[in-house]
Design a binder for this molecule. Structure first.
Ligand SMILES: [Zn+2]
Ligand SMILES: [Zn+2]
Length: 129
């Protein structure tokens, strides 16, 4: 019985991780739950939230905390995010940032940068007039 439960949890976990890996939309926990439920109708919201937290604690996914929501990203490489203050969408900002001298060298006066999290706030292309 216990083994069965563990196996089911593992399957759910890898499905959630696979879903996160497959999207670039930085979904919220609610969106992850809605999307995953399409394939795993019996999954509970609590399970999804718990699994997301486990991934987060293990550093397997990153969390982008905007003013209004918490978004998840399975891409844990160094990249900055652009948060649209109008629609709330979160976008990856990669090219623009890799050109910044400071991020390239990873050295600042106070020490060496191991990882960073940068958030830009503004209006995305879809929301600009
Ligand atoms: Zn927008
Ligand atoms: Zn991202």
């Amino acid at each position: 019985m216990l083994k069965q439960k563990t196996e089911r949890n593992t399957a759910q976990k890898s499905f959630i991780f696979g879903y996160l890996k497959s999207v670039k939309t930085h979904p919220t926990a609610e969106t992850v739950y809605k999307e995953v439920r399409k394939k795993l109708p019996s999954i509970s919201q609590g399970t999804v939230y718990r699994v997301l937290n486990t991934f987060k604690d293990k550093g397997e996914i990153q969390v982008i905390d905007t003013k209004n929501n918490v978004h998840f990203d399975a891409d844990i490489s160094d990249h900055a995010h652009f948060i649209c203050e109008n629609c709330g969408n979160v976008y990856d900002v990669i090219d623009e940032c890799s050109k910044c001298g400071i991020l390239k060298s990873k050295k600042v006066k106070v020490g060496k940068i191991n990882k960073y999290q940068i958030k830009f706030y503004g209006k995305c292309r879809n929301c600009l007039p």
